[in-house]
Design a protein around this ligand. Structure first.
Ligand code: MAN
Length: 355
């Protein structure tokens, strides 16, 4: 057991009951995977709020957005043989997949990093248009060039891709559409340019050859991404054997860019690990976690909407102290601190680069 996390004793910091639904008739089912930043002297979380209609016994209903932004509700009888509810996250009906909940993003702020509430005047950030009809999820926030870049998962029947929004004041938010098409998610932009280019980690999925691996791309303008390279594969048989995906923006250290990532097994157990990337040539992996730096152990991490999940896409850094905020069991928001030096010391250099 190599868990390096110091969990907040106040965990969980936020639960669904703490957040008011975006629309009457809906319930907040889960809070997940917040983006994190500091702004105006406070800590901010951009929560993923997953909602569905208050459920009627014997039936399953869930919302989808129409292309014009209205919510429409789909409803099925649980006895219908074409309905498959075996994964709590997915409604499978007659061979088509829908999500049991629809997610939007919600800002909450705090002066102590522990107690968060929704400031008056902030509105939910909802999905828009034909590529976000099943909602928007798991937003990374990168502060670069005096603006916040929001990279998030855009979900619709067209597939799962990465959308970009930018803002400098959180009141005017600009949409830039989908920057990485399906299937892609877990996109984290670096906080500085390297040799004149922007860099981002991202996670395309290749269902036949290849898999769910972390890639790096470069861009002259944050909108057009190219020179894609695979930097970290899943490692069959290990804790990150089925899928890996980047967390928030890589952290600059003297030894390299430190990236906290999630890895999951085939059984969907999600743990955190780290990879270290070369400062000047960030597509070069210098070291990687052989074992997780954090794994689901607390009751709020092992049991929830979808148990055995620790998922992070946001952190704050102060010197050697890294505070990660994370979604636990796809239900509640928690936090833990790490020593960056301890994470670096735990990495092993024999982590192979993709061949
Ligand atoms: C996927 C994403 C995450 C979620 C995990 C675990 O990676 O949908 O948002 O937390 O699965 O369910």
């Amino acid at each position: 057991m190599t868990d390096l996390a110091h969990r907040f004793k106040e965990n969980p910091l936020l639960s669904p009951a703490d957040i008011i639904p975006s629309t009457p008739g809906m319930e907040v089912t889960c809070l997940l995977n917040p983006g994190v930043c500091t702004f105006d002297g406070k800590s901010w979380l951009l929560l993923r709020v997953a909602e569905r209609p208050v459920q009627t016994p014997g039936r399953t209903s869930f919302p989808v957005l129409t292309e014009t932004g209205n919510i429409s509700i789909l409803e099925f009888d649980n006895a219908d043989p074409a309905l498959d509810l075996s994964d709590p996250r997915i409604v499978r009906y007659a061979g088509r997949d829908y999500l049991t909940t629809m997610s939007h993003l919600r800002l909450v702020s705090s002066t102590d990093g522990i107690h968060f509430s929704q400031p008056v005047g902030t509105s939910p950030i909802l999905g828009k248009g034909s590529l976000e009809t099943f909602g928007i999820e798991d937003c990374r926030i990168t502060h670069v060039d005096s603006q916040f870049c929001l990279t998030y998962t855009a979900v619709s029947l067209n597939g799962v891709g990465v959308g970009l929004k930018t803002t400098s004041d959180w009141s005017e938010i600009h949409d830039h559409g989908m920057i990485l098409p399906p299937h892609n998610k877990d996109c984290a932009i670096f906080e500085e340019k390297i040799n004149g280019l922007y860099y981002a980690l991202h996670r395309p999925s290749s269902p036949e050859l290849g898999g769910n691996y972390i890639w790096i791309a470069e861009s002259p303008d944050l909108l057009h991404w190219g020179n894609h390279r695979c930097i970290a594969q899943a490692r069959p048989g290990l804790w990150d054997g089925a899928r890996v995906g980047a967390g928030a923006a890589p952290i600059r250290t003297e030894r390299g860019w430190l990236e906290i990532y999630h890895g999951a097994t085939k059984q969907n157990r999600y743990c955190l690990g780290a990879i270290l990337l070369d400062l000047d040539e960030p597509w070069k992996v210098l070291a990687r976690s052989a074992t997780p730096i954090m794994e689901p152990t607390e009751p709020y991490e092992t049991n929830g909407f979808f148990g055995e999940v620790i998922f992070t896409n946001g952190h704050l850094r102060q010197g050697d102290e890294l505070t990660i905020y994370y979604g636990a069991s796809d239900l509640v928001i928690c936090a833990a601190t790490f020593s960056i030096a301890e994470i670096l010391a735990s990495l092993t250099e024999d982590a192979a680069e993709p061949k």
